[in-house]
Write a protein that binds this ligand. Structure first.
Ligand code: ZN
Length: 348
């Protein structure tokens, strides 16, 4: 067993950095292990224009200035929040800005701050989709139906049948990322599409099955969307991620909420995995006997899909048993990191 592992510096292709004090609290964790990150646009005021994306990027760079040595080694890759009203001009503006790398599709009301999300993608967004296909800008999809009549564990597979399969027929060369894929059906869909389709996979969907949410009581810090699935799905995700297949890459979906919002009669969805994400992934790859494929998943596959250069920096992690802290804090904010209290075999 190697005592350490050096790889091309990873990228996090799906992260929620939030804003204000929360941004200041979480950014250092992302920066210590990732060279770049695809930053999600679902702030309280969603990032629906290039102008807002530039402002948000400046906010992140400003916060980065407070992180020691952060400025020289981290690049936030911004995204636009797709709405029924997004115009092709706005997409072109985003492309020309050089700072926006993708457009995020949230079905209306599916998760945190998705109230302005798309109601009918086929009726309201066809011009924008044509444009995205033409300029090769990826469409990132939260692939779940928001219809409350559909069982929460089936929302991804229903979305794939109802939206992604018809979408793919209409836009054969549109770059699509199924974000935080969580089911066998989702993975199988990606396997069935040789080009232009990829998926990010979170650590929580590979570390745990849904039993953890109810183990010994209700555990709100394991509640995320898409919700954790059964063991069959978990094993299937691990197999896809650790295979080295270029269509699967790292996206933590790290989504911090203050403990007051999580430990609540109506708690928010999201796991904070940025604290030690690369170590959690290393743990998963190690257990699967595929640690040699971690670099592909974490540092290469995503860059290829996004047509980005491979990072020049490297990251070394060490085999060093350690316990994940119960919480991390800043001012009056507290976050419980994913796997808190558990022993992890790797250390940054
Ligand atoms: Zn997310």
């Amino acid at each position: 067993m190697n005592a350490s592992l050096t790889m091309v510096m990873p990228d996090d292709m799906h992260v929620h950095l939030r804003q204000s004090d929360m941004l200041d609290l979480v950014l250092a964790d992302t920066v210590k292990q990732f060279a770049r990150a695809i930053v999600m646009p679902n702030l309280n005021t969603p990032i629906i224009s290039t102008k807002l994306a530039i402002e948000y990027r400046n906010m992140i760079l400003n916060s980065l200035g407070k992180v020691k040595d952060g400025l020289k080694c981290f690049e936030p890759l911004m995204t636009l929040y797709l709405t029924d009203l997004t115009t092709t001009d706005e997409i072109l503006k985003a492309k020309e800005s050089g700072i926006v790398f993708a457009v995020k599709l949230y079905p209306n009301s599916v998760t945190t701050n998705s109230h302005v999300g798309v109601v009918d993608i086929f009726k309201n967004c066809y011009k924008v989709l044509d444009m995205l296909q033409m300029i090769k800008m990826p469409l990132l999809i939260h692939a779940e139906v928001s219809d409350s009549r559909v069982d929460i564990f089936d929302r991804e597979s229903v979305y794939i049948d109802k939206v992604i399969i018809p979408l793919r027929k209409k836009y054969p060369e549109l770059k699509i990322v199924i974000e935080h894929v969580s089911t066998k059906e989702g993975v199988d869909y990606v396997y069935s599409s040789p080009n232009f389709t990829a998926a990010t996979i979170t650590p929580q969907h590979m570390l745990y099955n849904r039993n953890i949410i109810f183990s010994g009581g209700l555990r709100p810090h394991y509640y995320c969307l898409p919700i954790l699935k059964s063991e069959l799905h978990r094993e299937y995700l691990v197999k896809a991620a650790t295979s080295g297949d270029k269509r699967f890459f790292l996206g933590t979906d790290s989504a911090p909420h203050d403990t007051k919002a999580k430990e609540n009669s109506c708690g928010c969805a999201g796991c904070y995995s940025s604290y030690n994400a690369i170590c959690l992934y290393a743990e998963i790859f190690d257990k699967a006997g595929c640690i040699s494929n971690l670099e592909k998943f974490a540092s290469l596959n995503g860059a290829y899909f996004y047509d980005l250069p491979i990072n020049k920096q490297t990251l070394t992690i060490h085999r060093n048993e350690n316990i994940v802290p119960d919480k991390i804090s800043f001012k009056d904010l507290n976050i419980v990191p994913l796997a808190s209290g558990e022993t992890v075999q790797w250390h940054i």
